[in-house]
Design a protein around this ligand. Structure first.
Ligand code: NAD
Ligand code: UDP
Length: 315
């Protein structure tokens, strides 16, 4: 008897990470349903996926109840760039609260695993570094970033509550800064901003003194980690950091991008946004142990991908 092809639902599948995940799942032979309201995603991101007969699109808001068939549900639908969630604070809270509840309800009804795309932002402006999964975080509950941070923290709490009360199978993945092709020119996050500015001959805008740190993971590594977290059988109930521990200062990132693009652009210093975390570096010991996962793409190769993306005028 022919084996039934598995179906994955990806909420936020027309976004940056979600569309790469859809492509990877299609390449693995799965059927993929992308659910998206295009709040920050783009039709162009799923153009190639749409040519595949195993792909389908549901244009809907995840805050409405989900009517889907699935063997697994990836919940990525949420604005993710600070610029986007500053502009859509209420929508962000609802996508991660009501939207997460709808995904959990669908997963419970179907008896399948739900993966919650959480974030390193649950650690806020961390007092410890690197951050492992046992750290409770240092978050301002009412600041401008709270719609995102607390939305994700609520989403995580909801996952654990449904696991305890209804035995819903959940995996929570805390994604650290991820970059790559398909980021929008106007996304506002640091790598697309700096690369676009360098290519357009504009000064690179460094917020604060540039001594704050981030650790950047290429999207291809992130997608491998997300698939691993979904398909590894004994990680149900786990919370797992995914990211690249290669920590660097924002000012050094600017220098790397200026060098790579051979731009004449200088830098300008602008005010650091309120509650902008001063350091961020994932401890990925757990992901390495449980998933056998580690990032492979270095910053140089990863930046080449973004530079090519914007040079081709596709950002
Ligand atoms: P993105 O903005 O490119 O993608 C988000 C997608 O969700 C978009 O296609 C958007 O249209 C869709 N969406 C938003 N609200 C929705 C709603 N109510 N209903 C249906 N669709 C909705 O962002 P991304 O960088 O691809 O992030 C994807 C996920 O990963 C998010 O949950 C984000 O919080 C998480 N994450 C990303 C990063 C990162 O560095 N990229 C870091 C941490 C966590
Ligand atoms: N940043 C910057 N210039 C920019 C965009 C961002 O200096 O043009 C800084 C930002 O203040 C933060 C870091 O780069 O300290 C990463 O910002 P991003 O928005 O990419 O991600 P997040 O703050 O969510 O980690």
């Amino acid at each position: 008897m022919a084996k039934k092809v598995k179906r994955a639902v990806v909420t936020g599948g027309a976004g940056f990470i979600g569309s790469h995940l859809c492509d990877a799942l299609l390449a693995d032979g799965l059927e993929v349903t992308c659910l998206d309201n295009f709040a920050t995603g783009r039709a162009a991101n799923i153009e190639s996926a749409r040519a595949n007969p195993r792909f389908s699109l549901i244009e809907a808001d995840v805050t409405d109840p989900l009517d889907v068939e699935a063997d697994m549900i990836f919940h990525l639908a949420s604005p993710a760039s600070p610029l986007d969630y500053y502009a859509m604070p209420v929508e962000t809270l609802l996508a991660n609260s009501l939207g997460t509840m709808n995904c959990l309800d669908a997963a419970a009804k179907l008896g399948v695993r739900m993966l919650m795309a959480s974030t390193s932002e649950v650690y806020g402006d961390p007092e410890v570094s690197p951050q492992d999964e046992d750290y409770y975080g240092h978050v301002n509950p009412i600041g401008p970033r709270s719609c995102y941070d607390e939305g994700k923290r609520f989403g995580e709490a909801l996952c654990k509550a449904c696991e305890r009360k209804y035995e819903t199978e959940v995996v929570i993945v805390r994604i650290f800064n991820t970059y790559g092709s398909r980021m929008r020119k106007d996304d506002g996050r640091v790598i697309p901003n700096f690369v676009r500015q360098a290519l357009d001959g504009e000064p690179l805008t460094i917020y604060g003194d540039g001594n704050q740190t981030r650790s950047f993971c290429h999207v291809s590594d992130m997608v491998t980690g997300l698939k691993g977290a979904m398909t590894t059988s004994d990680v149900a109930g786990e919370v797992i950091n995914l990211g690249n521990p290669n920590e660097m200062r924002v000012i050094d990132l600017a220098a790397r991008i200026r060098e790579k693009t051979q731009t004449d652009s200088g830098v300008v210093f602008e005010p650091l946004p309120q509650d902008d975390p001063l350091q961020r570096k994932p401890d990925i010991t757990k992901a390495m142990k449980l998933l056998g996962w580690a990032p492979r793409v270095g910053l140089d190769d990863g930046l080449d991908d973004v530079v090519a993306w914007f040079t081709e005028g596709r950002g």
